[in-house]
Design a protein around this ligand. Structure first.
Ligand code: ADP
Length: 470
């Protein structure tokens, strides 16, 4: 059974179901009609016996009698019994016989040698493997006392239709079974054809390694349509993540190629001839800067890929975000970047659930960017407040700003807008800072939004839902 195809299984179940259903219906029909017909036979027996009873009369003198053709006369007790011509030895399968008081057969035929038990009602007896109903009735009336009329009928007297039906069913049932098998097979094939189509689509996607292909969806919006849609959704996500992976690898190589080539070129140039100490120092400084950039790229990449793998926040616990922000602000006081001033407006006692090191990194990245892309003598404002169900942590600068079309892209890996090249402090920029920020925000069930205007500045806001139990 396990190795059968779905089509074979459906066919099998369908056939079993059809055969079972028809057999049950047939049996039910047989039992009901059998009992109805039995009652019918008994009723006929009673009616025929009663009718015949009316046709028997006692006659003293047959010469005085008006004779009719077909009337019969039996000698009885020095006189006669007249049996009218309406008396029937056999009617509707009921055979009648007349017995005298000594139980001697005087007229008719006892076809099964049944016992005569007057007035015992209908009795059932078996003769030569056939079942019969027998009814003995004592006659009453003038001088008829002692006479008994016996009626016998075969139980199957009017069951010819039933037996024909049974015989018919013996052919019909196998025919139905065949119909069930063929019908089930065709139906299963029809219902499974979309699945076959789906399988071949999936196989062709598999064979061709082309994730941009999609399963053709059928017209009917049924379960298979939903399945096909889910498959297509999955392919879409797979395609996206493969593309992202490809992009990631190409981005890494791209990012690393520049410093590696610079280091190589610088070394070759320096080694090409004898140099002065000053020239060696200059050259080594170039190599150091490029190595530092490489180190930054590799570190950021590792941090980012570690973050990407996380499904939940490690070591998540309650902590005071207001306090964390105040500590970060204190650290900034020692920083002197192009005379940029930094201020904060922090609402106290804002508690969140999460990893404080990660949030530290998030805020630090945003503040670093504000410095990096801020104007000389500019101003950074860090604020923290809560409203309704959300907490807002924002870092605002009055720097170079970001173009509208670029604002969505800046959260992508390795993305750097054109403004990044013009920023004074961008030599160690990697383009992963905001990707890390949005990954941390996502892990904390929050998000980061940006509002920015070219040459006016930017506001990055980390929005996080409040702890439910607070
Ligand atoms: P990077 O290492 O280049 O700073 P990020 O992911 O932190 O990488 O930022 C991506 C890009 O977003 C930056 O290259 C820059 O173009 C832009 N950007 C980020 N922060 C700011 C800001 N405060 N002001 C203007 N542009 C910004």
């Amino acid at each position: 059974m396990r190795n059968l195809t779905i089509r074979a299984k459906i066919t099998l179940w369908f056939s079993v179901f059809v055969i079972l259903l028809t057999t049950i219906m047939f049996l039910l029909m047989f039992v009901i009609s059998n009992s109805v017909l039995n009652e019918d036979v008994k009723e006929t027996l009673i009616n025929v016996v009663n009718d015949n009873t009316d046709e028997i009369e006692f006659v003293e003198d047959i010469n005085m009698q008006e004779k009719e053709v077909g009337d019969q006369y039996l000698e009885y007790k020095d006189a006669y019994i007249e049996i009218d011509d309406d008396y029937l030895n056999e009617k509707s399968g009921v055979y009648c016989a007349i017995y005298d008081s000594e139980q001697n057969l005087i007229y008719g035929e006892n076809i099964i040698n049944a016992e005569v038990n007057p007035d015992k009602g209908i009795e059932k007896c078996t003769y030569k493997n056939e079942k019969y109903y027998v009814l003995s009735k004592s006659l009453s009336g003038e001088k008829l006392d002692g006479l008994i009329l016996l009626g016998i009928v075969n139980e199957n007297a009017n069951k010819t239709i039933l037996s024909r039906t049974v015989n018919l069913m013996l052919f019909v049932l196998p025919a139905l079974a065949v119909f069930g098998i063929i019908g089930g097979y065709l139906l299963a094939g029809r219902f499974l054809s979309p699945i076959r189509k789906m399988t071949s689509s999936v196989e062709s996607i598999n064979d061709g390694n082309d994730l941009s292909k999609r399963i053709e969806l059928n017209q009917a919006h049924d379960e298979l349509y939903v399945l096909g849609k889910s498959f297509n959704k999955m392919f879409h996500r797979l395609e996206q993540s493969f593309e992202e992976e490809k992009q990631f690898t190409s981005d890494i190589s791209h990012e690393l190629r520049t410093p590696v080539s610079t280091i190589l070129a610088q070394s070759e140039l320096t080694l090409s001839k004898e140099r002065s100490t000053e020239e060696y120092v200059k050259s080594l400084n170039v190599i150091k800067r490029q190595s530092l950039r490489m180190k930054n790229i590799v570190e950021e990449m590792l941090r980012f890929s570690h973050l990407e793998k996380l499904k939940e926040i490690p070591d998540s616990q309650e902590f005071d975000l207001s306090l964390l922000l105040e500590n970060i602000m204190e650290e900034q006081l020692t920083r002197d970047v192009r005379s940029i001033t930094i201020e904060s407006v922090v609402e106290p006692d804002i508690i969140i659930n999460g990893n404080s090191d990660m949030i530290y990194q998030l805020v630090n990245n945003l503040i670093s960017n504000a410095y990096k892309y801020g104007k000389d003598n500019g101003r950074i404002l860090v604020s923290l407040n809560q409203k309704d169900d959300e907490i807002y942590l924002s870092v605002q600068d009055d720097g170079i700003g970001i173009e509208k079309e670029m604002q969505k892209k800046i959260f992508s890996r390795f993305f750097q807008a054109d403004n990044a090249r013009t920023a004074t402090d961008s030599k160690y920029s990697v383009g992963l800072g905001l990707s890390i920020v949005s990954q941390i925000a996502k892990l904390h069930r929050g998000y980061v939004k940006v509002e920015s205007e070219i040459d006016k500045g930017s506001i990055f806001t980390f929005v996080i839902p409040k702890n439910k139990d607070k």
